[in-house]
Design a protein around this ligand. Structure first.
Ligand SMILES: *Cc1c(COP(=O)(O)O)cnc(C)c1O
Length: 376
């Protein structure tokens, strides 16, 4: 929701950092094309501005989940090559053709609908083929490879790309990575000469073997952690400041918030911030006496969330700030350099992806700094 008063929270997206992240990944995958995954409103960053900045940084291949997202990228970047990961929506072939969107075809039904459109218009519209190598999610089953090959051979059709997706790339030592790599290679034997793509961000960071001809990073572009247990090398892209509404004093033994799930073990000072679960601040970041919750940076210091997160507000314990009292209207940093999406994710028992994509529902002003045109 766009705010007009300028009084709400401020979500700042650093397009320069986004562009630097893309270039850094492009250097790691040198030899393969580096695409950009911009689904879910570019992981909450804004699909239009993110796509433009990524294009300025050098990206030419874009992955979205839905045809609507594909249309948004088409409008932002007229010469983009756009793959739609959810494939061909039934009945949507005309739209894909008109918008020059490439479905990532994952079933025989989708393939038949797409090939029928090609025959009807007498044109080999481009697409990618997705094989499932171990997620049991989208994709042709492995034993469908020869049927798929026969179907396209009859028509003399060739996909632009054959792809698969890794289930456990965030855990590089997981044996499933090698298994999927081997199964994917066996699929590729059936499609000689067709470019291949397997790696998401974590796959890209797992070495050359996973790169093939194109890599498909998403989360790492937006500064999120792709690989578990390693220091995250990417630059943060999103910073979110929300206003402090009120500072209150409360006494030992008193409870805080709905359900009285937190009771104070000392006389305390609390800041009430204008940010709640309706803004994407997950309720699982609530803090109880048994289990700490998320943190918010006030006056440069990480202060704990206590009690349940409400729809529009959150209670933060600022007792540790002592006499360094914040004033109403002052910003509290929910995401930024001191507390990143992955820190909030760890506290919430989720992943940075969910923290970032939850930003889209927030009641704040979204502004952009920088652009994709960096001096080299
Ligand atoms: C979302 C997605 C990606 C990007 O994954 P990240 O982990 O965000 O880098 C790549 N490929 C497919 C098929 C996806 O669904």
């Amino acid at each position: 929701m766009a705010l007009t008063s300028g009084l709400g929270g401020q979500l700042s997206i650093d397009l320069g950092a986004l562009a630097r992240n893309w270039r850094a990944l492009d250097r790691v995958s040198a030899g393969a094309l580096t695409a950009a995954v911009v689904k879910a409103d570019a992981y909450g960053m804004g699909i239009t501005m993110a796509s433009k900045a990524l294009h300025a940084a050098g990206a030419r291949f874009f992955f979205v989940a839905t045809p609507d997202e594909g249309m948004a990228v088409r409008a932002a970047v007229p010469d983009a090559h756009i793959f739609v990961l959810n494939g061909l929506y039934p009945g949507a072939a005309n739209l894909y053709v008109r918008q020059n969107l490439m479905p990532v075809i994952s079933s025989v039904a989708m393939l038949e609908e797409w090939l029928a459109k090609c025959v009807e218009r007498n044109e080999a519209y481009p697409s990618a083929f997705h094989f499932d190598t171990g997620m049991n999610r989208l994709g042709f089953r492995l034993n469908e490879a020869s049927v798929v090959r026969q179907q396209i051979e009859t028509l003399g059709y060739a996909p632009q790309m054959v792809m698969s997706h890794l289930a456990c790339a965030d855990t590089p030592n997981h044996e499933k990575n090698r298994t999927q790599l081997a199964l994917f290679s066996s699929v590729l034997n059936q499609f000689p000469g067709i470019p291949a793509s397997l790696a998401n961000s974590a796959g890209l960071m797992s070495g050359r073997d996973y790169h093939f001809q194109m890599v498909r990073p998403g989360i790492a572009l937006y500064g999120g952690r792709a690989v578990n247990g390693r220091k995250n090398p990417m630059a943060a892209v999103a910073t979110l400041h929300v206003p402090i509404l009120q500072v209150v004093e409360a006494r030992t033994g008193e409870s805080v918030g709905y359900g009285a799930t937190y009771s104070l073990s000392r006389n305390s000072r609390l800041a009430i911030i204008a940010h709640g679960y309706a803004d994407g601040f997950l309720r699982s970041l609530s803090g109880t006496n048994m289990r700490p919750g998320g943190k918010v940076v006030i006056r440069g210091k990480a202060c704990p969330v206590i009690g349940r997160i409400s729809m529009d507000t959150t209670i933060v314990d600022i007792t540790e700030l002592g006499s360094d009292l914040p004033s109403p209207g002052e910003g509290a940093e929910v995401l930024g350099n001191l507390i990143g999406a992955d820190d909030q994710a760890d506290a919430a028992g989720t992943i940075g992806y969910e923290i970032l994509t939850s930003l889209k529902q927030g009641r704040y002003n979204r502004s952009y700094v920088g652009d994709g045109n960096l001096p080299e």
